[in-house]
Design a protein around this ligand. Structure first.
Ligand SMILES: Nc1ncnc2c1ncn2[C@@H]1O[C@H](COP(=O)(O)OP(=O)(O)OP(=O)(O)O)[C@@H](O)[C@H]1O
Ligand SMILES: [Mg+2]
Length: 335
């Protein structure tokens, strides 16, 4: 049995997580790499690199090689994967010799990129490499009975993409992907603050604003937050007070695009499965599912129950790690 050495990697555009069957989540780092511009050498990966974003001297850049749901910089992604594989081998010791690895790739990855991710993981020491679709992994990680002939609806709101999928009997019945998710909301906030206050803020600040006072378009108690940035007129640092209602408006359009994608997928659902959805509802995964008020707002809009997965940020990684077992079971069941 290979069971000791089965690991799953969620190669997300915002976060990379590694799940081992025995130890659970063994790594959870932002998908950021710090590079020396001149030599292209990787200096840091993960949290260390994320802390450098927007703060590095000229010869060092902190990049997100998977930004926008696609692999923006392939060589750096491969380098990052190698670092990660080395780090987890260290953590797990010898048990990781020749592991079976399941990788969940960004949905925008082309077949050439998928092949190359496969090869990069393989060259870092894996015995078998399987690639899995993100919504299927999310559904397995959220403990949905994907192998049964019932409609399992997953909405995964990540950093780069939102994926909506209906899964039944181990396969995707209908699905849609849009490049609107957490990163887009951060951009919305940056634009809003620039336009309304002539203030320039960085992406990390925008993300903090979204997490703290961002809200889905439903009534809520107004929250406030102090923000620092650079005044575009004077060029000097400046502090302003933001409230949750203005941020709610700033990100509303992105949320409506997500709602549209969900509606469109549900409308494409075969009628036999529609009945299941009314009873069983929809499960939210991905970091974007943690935005204040999202669960309530969606359940009011689509009028079916909306559940939050137990660990939305970890669902895909857990599902990726567990998928090998599920795949074996499904294959057996189909024989
Ligand atoms: N509490 C929160 N409220 C709102 N957004 C959040 C919260 N926590 C995390 N996020 C957002 O969730 C996103 C990251 O989610 P996740 O880790 O699921 O993405 P990913 O899997 O890396 O991306 P993708 O699936 O698109 O490749 C980021 O945009 C982050 O800002
Ligand atoms: Mg993801």
């Amino acid at each position: 049995m290979l069971s000791n050495a089965e690991i799953g990697i969620d190669l997300g555009t915002a976060n990379i997580l590694v799940y081992s069957k025995n130890k659970g989540i063994i790594m959870n780092e932002p998908s950021v790499v710090a590079l020396d511009v001149n030599t292209r050498k990787v200096l840091a990966v993960g949290t260390d690199a994320k802390n450098m974003i927007g703060k590095t001297p000229g010869n060092i850049v902190a990049v997100r090689p998977l930004k926008d749901g696609v692999i923006a910089d392939f060589d750096v992604t491969t380098e990052m994967l190698k670092h990660i594989m080395a780090a987890i081998s260290k953590k797990l010791g010898f048990s990781l010799r020749k592991p079976s690895v399941v990788v969940c790739t960004p949905s925008g990855a082309t077949s050439v990129e998928r092949r190359a991710i496969h090869d990069a993981v393989k060259s870092s020491g894996a015995k078998h490499v399987h690639l899995i679709e993100e919504p299927v992994a999310a559904a397995i990680g959220a403990d949905l009975p994907v192998g049964e002939p019932v409609a399992n609806v997953v909405v995964d709101i990540g950093g780069g993409t939102t994926e909506v999928a209906i899964i039944s009997y181990g396969g995707v019945v209908s699905c849609s992907t849009i490049r609107v998710a957490g990163d887009k909301m951060d951009d919305d906030i940056i634009h809003y603050i620039r336009k309304s206050y002539n203030l320039l803020i960085g992406e990390r600040t925008a993300e903090r604003i979204k997490i703290e006072i961002g809200h889905a378009p439903i009534e809520h108690k107004t929250m406030e937050m102090d923000i620092r940035g650079r005044d575009l007129v004077t060029g000097l640092p400046k502090t302003i007070v933001l409230n949750s209602t203005e941020i709610q408006h700033a990100i509303q359009e992105s949320l409506l695009s997500i709602l549209e994608a969900i509606r469109a997928t549900l409308e494409n659902c075969p009628p036999e499965l529609s009945g299941d959805i009314v009873d069983r509802g929809v499960v939210l995964t991905g970091g974007g599912a943690l935005l204040n008020g999202v669960q309530q707002w969606l359940s009011e809009e689509i009028v079916v129950p909306v559940h939050l997965a137990p660990n939305p940020l970890e669902s895909v990684a857990i599902g990726t790690g567990k998928s090998l077992t599920v795949i074996h079971k499904l294959q057996k069941a189909m024989k």
